[in-house]
Structure formats: C-alpha cells, structure tokens
Design a protein around this ligand. Sequence first.
Ligand SMILES: [Zn+2]
Ligand SMILES: [Zn+2]
Length: 336
Amino acid sequence: MATTTATMEPEPIPLRTLTVLLNYERVISDPRFKNYRLTRSSISDPSLIDRTKASNPSEFAKLPKSIERTSITLFQTYDEPTSTEPPPTVCQIHPNAFLDAHALTDAQRELLYYQTRGHDGCYKAIGLYQLFFDLYGLENKISVQIKDEEPLILDLATRMNLEFKIRGPKLHTITAFSGKELSLLNGSKEDECHVVGVFECNQDKNKWIVVDMSRMQYGEAGRGLFGENYFLGTLTQFRESMKKICGEAIVGALVHPTLVLGGNVENELRLRTCAKRAWERWQNREKEGWCAFCGKPGRDLQKCSACRNKKIFYCCKAHQKSDWKLHKHTCERNQK
Ligand SMILES: [Zn+2]
Ligand SMILES: [Zn+2]
C-alpha cells in the first residue's frame, strides 16, 4: 500500500470483513451452478416434495428420524449472457420456471442461493482462509469484533480447524440439476462431517472465536447471530446456535489447518483466484468499497448516511435493512 511506511504496522483485517469478501468470491464463482438457473423450489411449491418422494422412495426411506424439514431446489441449464456487472447473491429465475418460482421473494432467492452453494463447501471455505493468509502474511494479525466490544487482535498462529459431526440433522436438502444425475444432498444421513475455523484465545474457551462461511447450507438456521449469511461468534455461541441445525454437534477434534481441497486442480485454481481477489479488494479498500452484508462490489453502492468516518456501503436497501441488526451496534448514529 502506498500509504504504509516502514514504521507503520499494517491495519489488521477484521475477520468479519475477510469473511464477507471471501464468501462473496466463493459463492459467485461456484462452478456447479455456472449456466444454471432456478426452475422449481419446494419453498414456493410444497407439492414438489411429495412428487420427489414418489419418484425416489429409497432416498427418503433411509432419512434420519431427526429431519424436520425437506427443501428441494431444481436448476435447469441457461445460457447466461456475458456481463461485466458484479453478480448479486440471489438465485436467478429461469425464464421457463413455473409461475410459483417467479413469485419467490428476494429473501427466499437469497436463502436458496446460499443454501445450495453451501453444500459440501466447508473444507473449501476453510481452505480459502488459508490461501488468503498465505497472501496476507502469516506474521500479520487479524481483528475480531462480534458485536460492539473492543476488537480482539489475534495472531494467525492461533488458528485451528474444528472438525465435528452433525448428529441428528434437522434439515434435508436436495439440489438437482436437469440433465445431470448428480444431486447435492444434505442431511440425508446421520453423522455428516463439518469443519469450521477457530481462533484460540489464550486458554479461555469462552473467548475462542468460531467462523463458518458455509453454514447456510443448513438453511435459514445457518445464519449468523445477527442474520449474517455466515457465522462469526464465540465457541459458546456457536455451540448454542448449532441446536437449531442438529440434535447434537459432537466435537471431534481441533486440527492444525491444512489445505484439503480434494486434489482437484481446477478447484484449487478457482479458490486461489478467490483469495487473490479478496486480497486485492482489501488492499484497494480506500478506492472501492463493497456491500457490508453480501460483499458485492460496484460503483453504485450506497453509503450508510449516519456513518461519517466509517465507510459502510450497501448494494441495495434490502441489504442495508438486513445488516442493521448487526450494524446498529457500531453505527455512528447510535454513538455519542
Ligand atoms: Zn449486498
Ligand atoms: Zn452506520
């Protein structure tokens, strides 16, 4: 950065900001959804569940007893026109979609966007932090602010991964693509693995910080403490919030972060590009902002008018409203 001199420590990146930036890059580049648009959803057409059950009885016969809700989302190929505009984080509706799908609200389309793209995403999400920190410099620090408390300044050396089992899943999701056999299934068996990032704060477990970028794969219940589309909070808050997602989140093990990207070169290349983009955006933050809620960049962002010093932007009114539950705790409007 041009403004940083040798005597100045670089500003530690807030973990929340980093998560918003990485998550945006991750979801918009998910290759599984490239050239697919949504055609049907059980949110707008509950009869889809019974019809899917009738045609796939074996999939439903072995479902865990703990399942409280099923969500099915169907996608169909669509030749997406090339655009230079940064994409929004909502499912685009296929022109041939049923009427009820066209009637999905923006909030429902956003939920389905994160829910479907979060599938099988926890190791990739963890890997993204690692790839970012490689660019950022492991000797540098990050800051963590959950609500309005003084930010914690943490060493990257305190970072670990927490692997555990989702026992007794409450949400069963099926994401299917027309013309493909592959369906993305969540909650169809007991004991699915999940992994989240953890920053250890001394020996005080109450202060351990958990970050989970892919948690909305468990639907609305996966949202963060203030309605974010990721989770950031203490370990205690994390464990408490998992009760909405499964019967028991069995803590498996804390492991040192290693890159587990599935050995897929194309995938790794994509994630490296995501990390690089987030790094460039952070370095360029004085010139170009992003939506505090979804991470979308762009020239037509609206600034929070109450914040004079802080640069808080939104891509739309809905995201400003969604972010208020969190932002009200630090907005200059409420500070004397
Ligand atoms: Zn936004
Ligand atoms: Zn504000």
